[in-house]
Design a binder for this molecule. Structure first.
Ligand SMILES: [Zn+2]
Length: 277
């Protein structure tokens, strides 16, 4: 019997190069980035080494740029979740725009993997209170978009799995996020996770597992765009150096499972289902 406490493991599956190029206004932003294939390889190898399955919240536009990688993830038996389509803040959208974004992403994910995602994670945790009802209406069973409280509560038919947060006497720290692992001592991350409560969530991004340093290629960009991209790159490279060893340390102390498995255990066996064609 595994006595370790359980945490939920997730990857926000997106193409860092696409997103950073769009953020700095580069003209070539939509081209598939050069890093996601090696990042995905490294990630799948690490998860195999740790003998864990994770939930991949897949971004629709990334899936269309890298269909083979999404299929490789699904074929490994990892859970397929939904990270929306265009990676725009939920709170800045209308209900109709949000529903359309969900449908676009889900259509792509279902077509590539044959699986209907049960769970949703908002881009950059930008969930809005009204969005929970839209998620429930669109057939999602759980949400994993709460980083810190204060975004309202899901509807009765939608389960919420928040990110692991450590409420220390001094401050509240989202210890579940690999971007925070770059700035916290590892033992503090592990300690914080023991205080985060049952079924708290961890999240990583593929670029945090990149075996090579990240470089944002922003051809034709202005000096200010290049400076902005260089700043994002330095931030991400610092997270990248720490993520694999921190995840190994966490996996020694905790049982790591996909969100869908936790949802199934709470809801008498509902699991992600193949799409009915
Ligand atoms: Zn994201």
């Amino acid at each position: 019997m595994d006595e370790r406490p359980t945490l939920l493991l997730s990857i926000d599956f997106e193409d860092w190069h696409q997103l950073v190029r769009r953020r700095v206004g580069a003209a070539n932003w939509e081209q598939p980035g050069p890093g996601l294939a090696r990042q995905t390889d490294a990630l799948l190898v690490l998860l195999d080494e740790l003998k864990v399955k994770a939930t991949f919240f897949i971004l629709g536009m990334t899936a269309r740029s890298h269909p083979d990688l999404v299929q490789a993830v699904a074929e490994k038996g990892h859970e397929v979740g939904c990270h929306g389509d265009a990676h725009l803040p939920v709170y800045a959208q209308t209900r109709e725009e949000f529903a359309a974004d969900l449908r676009a992403a889900r259509g792509t994910i279902e077509q590539l993997t044959g699986m209907k995602p049960l769970g949703y994670r908002a881009p950059a945790f930008s969930i809005a209170e009204w969005a929970y009802q839209v998620l429930a209406d669109e057939g999602f069973a759980y949400d994993a978009s709460q980083l810190l409280r204060g975004r309202g509560a899901p509807t009765a038919s939608l389960h919420e799995f928040p990110v692991a947060v450590w409420r220390s006497p001094l401050r509240t720290i989202p210890v579940g996020g690999a971007s925070y692992w770059a700035v916290l001592p590892r033992r503090l991350v592990v300690h914080g996770l023991t205080r985060a409560g049952p079924l708290a969530g961890l999240y990583l991004h593929p670029q945090e597992l990149d075996p090579q340093p990240l470089r944002a290629a922003v051809e034709g960009a202005s000096a200010i765009q290049r400076a902005h991209a260089a700043f994002r790159t330095a931030q991400r490279n610092s997270a990248r150096r720490r993520a694999p060893s921190t995840l190994r340390a966490i996996a020694k102390r905790f049982r790591l499972i996909p969100y869908g498995e936790a949802y199934a255990s709470l809801s008498s066996g509902a699991r992600p289902q193949p799409v009915q064609r």
